[in-house]
Design a protein around this ligand. Structure first.
Ligand SMILES: [Zn+2]
Ligand SMILES: [Zn+2]
Ligand SMILES: [Zn+2]
Ligand SMILES: [Zn+2]
Ligand SMILES: [Zn+2]
Ligand SMILES: [Zn+2]
Ligand SMILES: [Zn+2]
Length: 1755
């Protein structure tokens, strides 16, 4: 079937060219029925312009098509509208409008996904008030405490909105120029009347048109007046988005249904996901219906099918234009407030059907039926119009509120994200406090929201409570969506009103009542019953209920805040709450016989109820709200001022405390292990009950309710009820307290825990006074106390503290306002984070029984505090701190401390404690009793201190405890018991505390006696004298104490300084530790050479020193045997890791070379890919290592059979972990003996002689080789030099074991370096071994240079060992290869510098295309193959090395001069030219002679020489390293430091003249022809003329890219970054390559590429081109560094960005401003440059197995 033929574009264009928008507009102006005219125009043109078939064409073609379409649309459709509107040429008209009308002082910038937004934590009305980056940078908030987040898209900048900001509402750019224009002047009046009239009519036509089309439901029809002139049979098969089907399902289905490629299917799916719909087929009706049928059929199996419609092409065209037209409206109104106002009027004008029929209403009510793209466009228009106009924002808000219920219901039925729902606009309306209050008053918004919410949750139990356990997945999904309503409620309530109107009071209280209905449905939900005997079968659902509770927590708190601002509201709310609660609890006492309890002479009646046997629920929101309101009554003093208005008399404290007490007892029983059979769900619930997210409106309020109840009851009654609920009453009421009463069904340990928990509860009921209203404290005191107790556990980071504190509705904890008063900040080092430490004076406020401590926290804090006291030389008693006074309403709470029942309890526990514990009591129990006693004494002391001398202090605890205990017990008084326990040996731990108590009793007694007048003093005759002595003693003690404190302070300071120093210089310490280690091992196996110091240090040539016959002893880490390194001995190896590297690359654009064709013999000076070798320095026997590796392989095979998965290392690729240090390795380097000393007996030939002879040898070999391979007879047989045996057979100087290991490493270097399979026959094998040696040396030298470390002696020993064995290995590796191959390599290498006579070698590269250091290393290492044939008996190999060095150095000089660029013009040096400068000039002159105008004319020798010296230095340094390791020559002292004289020392070490130019000057006749040949190589001219890669010297070291100091700059960059593949789309995970600065679209289908036959994400793909497999990235939205190695390995690394508290923010969750920490960035850079990334990944994956399972290749 063929596609219908399209109109050729040219025909279209011709028609269009003659079109005049001005004429059309004039016609419209003149016509009678404008709508008809416009519709007619649209009917004709829209389908012709926007109906160009499907998007199956080539990508580029498609783009061009789109551009044409856009142009035609602008010219034929939009331009006439503009001409009409403005009555003339649009550009001029618009400019005029802009001047006349002025535009809004609101920014209104609509946020893109991922764009940074800023909120001020000091000035924003709520956290939803945000600024765009431009506004933020121009605002005052830049200097405040701000929060930065990335936008999820939607929403706009609030700059200029006075209600959004407490101060500084406008940035500099949006400050209204004329403050007076603020007045509510109608902007329409500023428009010319004609424009007003025309805009009114054209806006209403266009808006009507757009609304009609977007809400159109027929597939084949068009609205009246739009039917096209000729109707064609062309249709689209339109696929719509849903959130049910996955990407993969859609892609698979499409491939089948429309027969497209995978790539096209991906593109369709991406567009559907982004725009909400996409046509997947264009053609006649039947053609499209077919596709539809296939799609529907194949997606309907598991779920509801994908939505597909076959739509007429004209309809689709009109819908497209409708969107364009809305966009146009949005733009045009930006020119004038008047136009905006008119559009608003048009939009909200009621339609013909009355209520809800305005165009905006129609759009909103059809929202859930529209596709994503359409919704986005009209939402954006609403934001640009209605929300930007003060008057209409209000009117729109009313429409929104009126439709609220319907919109929300639609949203529940829809499956799209809230982000693309019109309901999301609530944040723009409800967060404006005046609007919210207006809507509350006029539209009863609060009630509407709550009602809508409650109605959505339909499952209820018999009592009408929510029931979540029967939810289906569908309902659970809905439950997720319905929670957004709570968000709306939160917006409405976020700021309490500054003034209340009577109406507001009424409506709020109505809303409050509705809210109580909601709470009523929660009160008592999810009840639990203790499981006995069997374990529960299925964990009950509990999360939904807690989710609801968590979401409502802030709402409940906000309700209370609102109440607290108006006493009338508070009183009414209290009454409503109380009566609602009474209704709820109406049935509580029914049907139960009350029981009567008596203890210590008191009696009380209570319910018969046991938590352990009956239903109990954790959800008691009604009780808790009442508790909160009750505390408010106290805080606002309403209770004391207006008691007559309160129903306090109706309160039954017994009822009030009943349910909260049951809940607390439940917790205690769970702790005691009585509920084990109820499973984890209960444990989780108890956890959340206490958790910081819930506790404010759960645990805290239950405690408050007990305080409320206790303050209204007789303390004895209260305690007896508590005892009874804890099921402990009989334990304490038993006749004989000496013997513990044991209930049959409980074990002793459980009961002990219950007693501990109960005592703890009493401590909290009396002691927790930091809630304003309970105690006389300020709100910040509460926060300070929380922080203090967190820091008593240990020093903590800012984020840890934030997590431990509850947030309010504004996401604030108040932490920053108090933290500095209680803690001091300690900055982080290069790792770790900044910490807060408690200031010492605050540890006195530590309360061991702080109510928010978990048991674990408590014991940690106790331990830390006792340790601290011991360190300070204090006793270890941890008495309670002085509590703040209680508020009057709660004043009677203190009586609990001295009531008879508590004294009886205390007496009982103390009595038990007399005997060492046999399970009858516990230390915790005793500790709590002591704490209670201490609290009582503190209370008494405080009352004594604050009371006047004559006042009677009613609190008489100290006298009560002297009374003997209850009869019939024979025990003594509490005091007597304490005195007897003081010295009990089994209570040593508590001795300090008991002593503290007894001292306290003494003090109180003294105070009481002193205040009760002189009469008492008679009985104490000796007192005055005693007190004088005491005073003396005290004074001495005080002085001693002062001295001690001073001493301690000094000590502390010193140790602090020391710590600080170590922290600051951590690197240094580590370094020096490594150095020590290095020194230690160095002496171990290579004793310092005892060369006479007078001998010059020379590393190369016949004069070289070293390479002595030193014995090398090493130890195998596997078998611990010692072994000497010998060529013929047992092979020893070093674990090593080989990887490809681009760290030194000067050319990242060079693609990945084809491994089969690559000739690695000549390294290009751009060093684009090298092979790097590293080692952890651990040595093994080759045989031991082989055994180990085989074991690893077997283990891996077994593991793979058992469970499929990855390890951090890839055994199949030869990877393993070093058996000692677990460092990632993939091969081993054999250890070889030192080089022999030079043969000083022979006479060494001069350069000329050597060159001549070598040339001859090379030529002879070359010809022989050719003869052997081709059999062709040579015409001229080159003369074979004297005693040079071409066919000589070598004897291998290595044992087979060593030889095998040489082979192993060669093969690894070959395999990794070329990424090929092993092939021993490949002539490139030895080259790769030399290559990794040269490259590793080069990268080591760069690091040393850049870190300004000395060339020798500063490497850690593992690196030193690695380089040394690597170099010695490479000088021997030629023996493993066929000798002919190596000889051939040498001849080819030599031919770069020297012409080989008669050779028929392929052309050697020009010297600009060869890295000279690599050339040096390769030729030196391959020379041996030639030399070994020389049977002249002269071991002149050393002079050959030196000559090669000379030659290559000269070539490098020439190379540097050829690439010299004038660069920046620096000052010329005055004065005499030095010899070097003159000679450089001369050489440069010669080069110019050869090359002519290719080289710039430079006569300044100083500049030339400066450049040459700087460029040659790295070469010389690397050469020195190379010969040092090869010949084991010890370096001169100068090179062990970085002082002056480096150059000279280096030259002399290399046996070169320090004036390098002499190398050329002294051999001019010999070298001149060579230089001529180099320059005349055609390649040179080509490169210099830009025909190749020109590398200039000195090569600068690579660094990671520069990062901005402020992280938000990066976020902004990333937000404007679009995916390069899917036309202008925002990237979801923009990721920055730290190596080259490339921004990538990571973790997304759109940017997957195929690498080696597998689809990989953008990061992995980039890694292969940019880093040869290794990648470092910054994931910008997550603020995370990503390391990737190959396809399967990766890890995350802390980013180099820190907030002011010295913490990173992965995921940007906290939103504190982030700044670059350059030390951390340098650390990452160093890792990269040291080739340590793979190792870091290996260690990270070993430490964290979940990292292994991540599909890194998809990133
Ligand atoms: Zn802005
Ligand atoms: Zn602004
Ligand atoms: Zn601010
Ligand atoms: Zn061994
Ligand atoms: Zn190791
Ligand atoms: Zn890159
Ligand atoms: Zn992409």
């Amino acid at each position: 079937m063929a596609e219908p033929s399209r109109d050729p574009p040219s025909a279209l264009s011709a028609d269009f060219m003659s079109f005049s928008p001005g004429d059309t507009a004039s016609r419209w102006l003149a016509c009678a029925d404008l709508q008809q005219e416009v519709y007619c125009h649209l009917a004709e043109y829209v389908p012709r312009i926007l109906c160009q078939g499907g998007g199956m064409a080539e990508h580029r073609e498609e783009q061009r098509e789109e551009q044409r379409e856009e142009l035609a649309l602008q010219l034929l459709l939009l331009a006439p509208l503009e001409w009409f509107l403005l009555g003339g040429e649009p550009a001029a008209g618009l400019a005029l409008l802009q001047q006349g009308g002025g535009s809004a002082a609101l920014c209104g910038h609509v946020f893109k996904v991922g764009e940074p937004t800023y909120s001020c934590r000091e000035c924003a009305a709520d956290p939803t008030c945000v600024l765009c980056m431009q506004c933020f940078l121009a605002s005052a908030h830049r200097h405040h405490r701000y929060r930065m987040t990335t936008s999820g898209g939607g929403g706009f900048c609030d700059c200029g909105d006075a209600e959004a900001w407490k101060t500084g509402p406008s940035c500099q750019n949006h400050t209204p120029a004329d403050q007076n224009r603020e007045t509510e002047e109608d902007p329409v009046s500023l428009l010319p009347p004609a424009v007003e009239e025309r805009s009114c009519s054209i806006f209403s036509i266009i808006l009507q048109y757009a609304v009609d089309l977007l809400t159109w439901e027929q597939e084949d029809q068009l609205p009246a007046g739009l039917e096209p002139p000729q109707r064609s049979d062309s249709y689209y098969c339109m696929l719509f988005n849903d959130e049910v089907h996955t990407y993969e399902q859609v892609i698979y289905t499409l491939q089948k249904a429309v027969n497209c490629s995978q790539k096209e299917a991906v593109s369709f799916a991406t567009t559907v996901d982004r725009d909400g719909r996409k046509s997947v087929r264009f053609g006649d009706h039947q053609f499209c219906e077919q596709a539809k049928a296939v799609i529907v059929r194949s997606t309907s199996r598991q779920s509801k099918p994908l939505r597909v419609q076959v739509m007429h092409s004209a309809l689709v065209a009109h819908q497209c234009f409708a969107l364009k037209a809305l966009g146009w409206l949005g733009q045009i109104i930006q020119y004038s407030d008047g136009l905006r106002r008119i559009l608003c009027q048009v939009g909200l004008r009621p339609g013909p059907e009355g209520e809800n029929s305005s165009l905006v209403d129609r759009l909103m009510l059809n929202d859930s039926k529209m596709w994503k793209g359409a919704r986005n466009v009209y939402h954006q228009l609403l934001m640009n119009s209605l929300l930007m106009d003060r008057k209409f924002k209000k009117l729109f808000a009313i429409r929104f509120a009126k439709n609220y219920r319907r919109l929300q219901t639609d949203f529940m039925e829809d499956d799209h994200d809230r982000l693309v729902s019109v309901t999301a606009l609530s944040v723009q309306l409800f967060t404006v406090p005046t609007l919210a209050r207006m809507l509350m008053v006029e539209e009863n918004l609060m009630m509407t929201i709550i009602r809508t919410f409650v109605d959505q949750l339909r499952h209820r139990d018999a009592q009408g409570r929510f029931q979540f356990d029967r939810y289906t997945a569908q309902q659970a999904f809905k439950f997720g969506r319905v929670q957004s309503l709570i968000g709306d409620l939160k917006y409405v309530l976020i700021s309490p009103p500054p003034q209340w109107s009577q109406q507001l009071r009424t409506k709020f209280l109505d809303g409050f009542e509705t809210f109580l209905d909601l709470l009523r449905c929660m009160q008592g939900m999810d009840p639990v019953v203790r499981q006995v005997g069997q374990h529960i079968e299925m964990e009950p659902e509990w999360e939904a209920a807690f989710t609801l509770q968590m979401k409502l927590t802030h709402i409940i708190t906000m309700m209370q805040e609102w109440c607290s601002t108006d006493e009338h509201v508070l009183i009414e709310a209290y009454k409503k709450c109380l009566s609602a609660l009474s209704q709820c609890q109406g049935g509580l006492p029914d049907g139960e016989q009350p029981i009567s309890l008596s203890l210590a002479g008191h009696t009380v009646d209570t319910f018969r109820y046991q938590v352990s046997q009956e239903k109990v629920s954790i959800h008691l929101p009604m009780c808790r709200l009442l508790a909160g309101l009750h505390v408010l009554l106290s805080r606002t003093e309403v209770a004391s001022r207006l008691p007559e208005q309160l129903p306090l008399g109706e309160l039954s404290p017994h009822l009030l405390i009943e349910l909260p007490l049951r809940c607390l007892v439940l917790c205690a029983q769970v702790h005691a292990g009585m509920w084990r059979r109820n499973g984890f769900s209960l444990i989780n619930q108890i956890y959340y009950y206490h958790n910081v997210k819930c506790r404010v409106e759960m645990f805290d309020k239950d405690l408050a309710m007990l305080q409320v109840g206790a303050s209204m009851m007789d303390p004895n009654h209260f305690l007896m009820i508590v005892l009874s609920r804890f099921e402990l009453f009989h334990t304490f009421s038993a006749a004989d307290l000496r013997r513990r009463y044991r209930e049959a069904n409980k074990d002793l340990a459980q009961q002990n825990t219950l007693i501990e928990e109960m005592l703890h509860l009493i401590i909290m009921v009396v002691g927790e006074r930091y809630v304003p209203g309970v105690g006389q404290v300020e709100p910040l005191d509460e926060v300070r106390r929380e922080i203090l107790h967190q820091l008593c556990i240990r020093p903590m980071a800012h984020s840890e503290l934030v997590k431990a504190l509850p947030e309010n509705g504004n996401k604030e904890t108040g932490l920053e306002r108090v933290i500095d008063s209680v803690a001091s900040f300690r900055k982080p080092g290069v790792t770790g984070r900044g910490l807060y430490e408690l200031r010492p004076e605050w540890s006195k406020r530590f309360d061991l029984y702080f109510h928010h401590y978990s048991r674990a926290d408590q014991s940690k804090a106790e331990e830390a505090q006792r340790k601290l006291r011991r360190q300070n030389g204090e006793d270890t008693a941890l008495p309670p701190p002085r509590p703040p006074p209680l508020c009057p309403l709660f004043g009677s709470l203190v009586n609990l401390l001295q009531c008879d029942t508590l004294l009886a309890l205390e007496g009982a526990v103390l009595q038990w404690a007399v005997e060492p514990s046999g399970g009858g009591w516990t230390e915790s129990m005793l500790q709590r009793v002591l704490h209670l006693v201490a609290m009582a004494l503190l209370e008494e002391q405080q009352q004594l201190e604050s009371s006047g001398a004559d006042e009677d202090v009613s609190f008489t605890f100290s006298t009560r405890i002297t009374r003997p205990g209850e009869a019939p017990s024979t025990s003594g008084s509490v005091l007597a018991l304490l005195e007897s326990l003081q010295n009990a040996p089994h209570l040593e731990v508590h001795k300090d505390m008991i002593t503290w108590i007894l001292k306290m009793v003494g003090n109180i007694k003294t105070t009481r006696e002193r205040t009760s007048g002189s009469s008492v003093s008679v009985s104490h005759g000796r007192r005055p004298e005693e007190s004088v002595r005491d005073k003396d003693k005290a004074e001495r003690k005080r002085k001693a104490e002062m001295a001690r404190l001073r001493r301690e302070k000094v000590m502390a300071q010193m140790s602090e300084m020391q710590k600080h120093f170590i922290n600051e210089n951590k690197e240094l310490f580590q370094q020096s530790m490594e150095d020590l280690e290095a020194a230690a091992t160095a002496t171990e196996h290579s004793p310092p050479s005892l060369e006479p110091t007078c001998v010059a240090h020379i590393c190369v040539g016949p004069m070289r020193v070293g390479g002595a016959e030193r014995r090398q002893l090493v130890t195998c880490i596997l078998c611990q045997e010692e072994q000497e390194v010998r060529g013929h001995g047992r092979a020893m190896v070093l674990a090593a890791f080989i990887q490809r590297s681009t760290v030194l690359s000067k050319n990242r654009s060079r693609g990945i070379p084809d491994p089969e064709r690559l000739d690695p013999l000549f390294m290009h000076p751009d060093l684009s890919v090298g092979v790097h070798t590293a080692s952890c320095g651990h040595i093994m026997h080759a045989t031991c290592w082989q055994r180990y590796f085989e074991a690893v392989q077997q283990k891996e095979q077994r593991r793979q059979q058992r469970l499929r998965g990855h390890t951090s290392y890839d055994v199949e690729n030869g990877e393993f972990l070093c058996p000692l240090c677990e460092c990632l390795s993939n091969t081993v380097i054999p250890l070889l003996p030192h080089a022999c000393s030079p043969d000083r007996s022979v006479e060494h030939p001069c350069l000329e002689t050597w060159l001549k002879r070598t040339n001859q040898q090379a030529a002879a070999l070359d010809s022989t080789h050719r003869k052997q391979s081709h059999g062709a007879a040579q015409q001229v047989e080159p003369a074979v030099p004297d005693r040079f045996r071409v066919g000589f057979d070598l004897q291998n100087s290595f044992s087979s074991g060593v030889g095998e290991m040489i082979n192993t490493f060669s093969m690894s270097a070959y395999k990794v370096g070329l990424k090929v399979n092993p092939n021993e026959q490949d002539p490139r094998v030895p080259v790769l071994s030399w290559s990794t040696c040269a490259y590793t040396l080069q990268s080591t030298e760069r690091l040393l240079m850049d870190e300004k470390k000395p060339l020798f002696g500063s490497l850690p020993c593992r690196q030193d060992d690695c380089l040394s064995s690597l170099t010695r290995f490479s000088s021997a590796c030629w023996t493993a290869a066929p000798i002919r191959t190596v000889q051939n390599h040498f001849i080819r290498l030599l031919s770069v510098l020297v012409p080989i006579p008669d050779s028929q070698l392929e052309d050697a590269p020009c010297i600009l295309d060869v890295d000279m250091f690599h050339l040096l290393v390769y030729s030196v290492l391959s020379y041996s193959s030639l030399h070994s044939l020389d049977q002249s008996g002269r071991r002149s190999v050393d002079s050959a090395h030196l000559h090669l060095l000379h030659l290559v150095t000269v070539a490098h000089l020439v190379q540097v001069l050829l690439t010299f660029t004038t660069g920046e013009l620096s000052m010329d040096q005055d004065g005499e030219e030095s010899e070097e400068e003159q000679l450089t000039c001369q050489l440069y002159g010669r080069l110019r002679d050869h090359l002519g105008r290719c080289l710039p004319d430079i006569s300044c020798g100083w500049r030339l020489w400066r450049c040459v010296r700087a460029s040659v230095l790295p070469f010389l340094r690397t050469a020195a390293l190379f010969f040092h390791y090869m010949n084991s020559a010890s370096p001169p002292a100068d090179l062990l430091g970085t002082g002056p004289g480096q150059w000279e020392a280096l030259c002399s070490y290399l046996s070169l003249p320090s004036n390098l130019l002499l190398l050329y000057q002294n051999q001019r006749t010999l070298l001149e022809p060579l230089i001529h040949r180099w320059c005349c190589h055609p390649g040179v001219g080509q490169v210099l003329h830009g025909g190749g890669v020109l590398v200039r010297f000195p090569r600068e070291s690579n660094r990671l890219i520069d990062l901005p100091e402020d992280y938000s700059i990066l976020i902004n960059q990333a937000s404007s970054f679009t995916c390069p593949r899917s036309g202008g789309d925002k990237s979801r995970a923009p990721t920055l390559c730290l190596v080259c600065g490339c921004m990538l679209c990571s973790q997304s289908y759109c940017c997957q590429t195929e690498v080696e036959g597998e689809d990989v994400g953008a990061c992995t793909a980039h890694t292969f081109t940019c880093g040869a497999g290794i990648g470092l990235f910054l994931r910008v939205r997550e603020s995370q560094v990503l390391f990737v190695a190959g396809k399967t390995k990766g890890c995350f690394y802390p980013p180099p960005y820190l907030d002011d508290y010295g913490e990173t923010d992965p995921g940007l969750k906290r939103g504190n401003p982030l700044h670059l920490c350059s030390e951390r960035y340098q650390k990452i850079e160093r890792l990269w440059r040291q080739h340590g990334i793979a190792e870091v990944i290996g260690h990270a994956q070993e430490a964290n197995q979940t990292l292994v399972a991540i599909d890194w290749q998809h990133l």
